[in-house]
Each structure stands twice: as structure tokens, then as C-alpha cells.
Design a protein around this ligand. Sequence first.
Ligand code: FE2
Ligand code: FE2
Ligand code: FE2
Length: 205
Amino acid sequence: MNTMQLATVTATLCLLSWAHAAETAGKSTLDNLQAAFAGESNAQSKYTAFAVKADEEGYKSVAALFRATAMSEGIHAKKHAAAIKKLGAEAQAVIAKADVKSTKENLEAALAGETHEKDSMYPEFIKVATAEKNKQAVRSFQGAMAAEVEHAKLYAQALAELDAWKPAGKEFVVCQICGYTASLNNTPLKCPVCAAPKEKFTPVK
Ligand code: FE2
Ligand code: FE2
Ligand code: FE2
């Protein structure tokens, strides 16, 4: 890399970190809870639409996965709404019409969304909520982040072996307390995130 290229890379990195700082600067936990509530509510609506598309295209097991993740995002939204209420505010979200493409593209978009949430958004929100000593918000953000890690893994797996996800047969479970999601054959004895017993897991197919 020559000096010119190095200067360009450095300038780009500075700009990116400035943009990220500007995006998150001064945001309170209440702002972040509202953003997370809106994100989870939109994800729930989007995955529900992606499940319909996957069924239409004959990807029956992908449809089941989207139904499970939609259920999980709905639980995250509810938990964030409870933390918002505790702060004396009302949860608010504008639900956009889902941008539905092919199932392969929908999986790619879903994987990108989960990756942003687990790697950038939730870690930042947890940092702010910890500084504000808001334990309920910290728990709500951590619970969601742990599930997003599993959602990302399941989407990546589906993308890597898309044809094998055409027939129905893959089933999933969702913890009704925190939204943790796993394959049915990997159902844990108790939830690894919230410690709820196995009975709190709902099967989805
Ligand atoms: Fe979520
Ligand atoms: Fe998710
Ligand atoms: Fe759980």
C-alpha cells in the first residue's frame, strides 16, 4: 500500500468512526429502547412476510425458520416495551412495508440485519444502559443479542445448504420468556439465556 492509499484508508476509517459516534452520541437508554423496539417490531413483520415468500417458493424449512425468528423478535419487542414503560414512556414504532425479494436474498438481508444487531447495535446499547445503571434495559438488550447470535447462525446455515431446506421437516423452538431460538433437535434442558425450563419452549414448524 502506498502513502496515498494509506491516507485514503485512514481518512475513510476516521469518517466511519465519526459517523458511528454521531449516530450514537447523546442517545439515552430510552432512545435506544425505542430504536430497539422499532427494530424488533419491523423484524417480526419482515420475517412473517419472508416466511410467506419461502412457502410460495417451496423452501418449506426456511419458512419454518422465519416463523420461529418472527416469534422471537415479537418477544424481544415486548420485553423492550416493558422496559420503556418502566421509564414512564410508551413504546412507539412505525412498521414499514417489508421489502420482499427471493428467499435467498431475504435470507441474506436477514443475516445482515442480525449481524448489525449482534455486533454493533446491542453492544453499544448495553454499554449505555450499563452506564445508566438500567438493569432491566441491560437484561432486555442482552437477551435479544443472545438470540440474534443464534438467528444469524441459523440463517447462515440455511444459506449454505439452501436446497436441503426445501422440504418441510426442520423444526425450531422459541423460549417464550426471552426469545432464544434453537433447532428442535438441539432443544436445551433449560434456556441458556434466561434459565427458563424446557416447558417454556414453543415448537415452530
Ligand atoms: Fe430480536
Ligand atoms: Fe433476530
Ligand atoms: Fe429464555
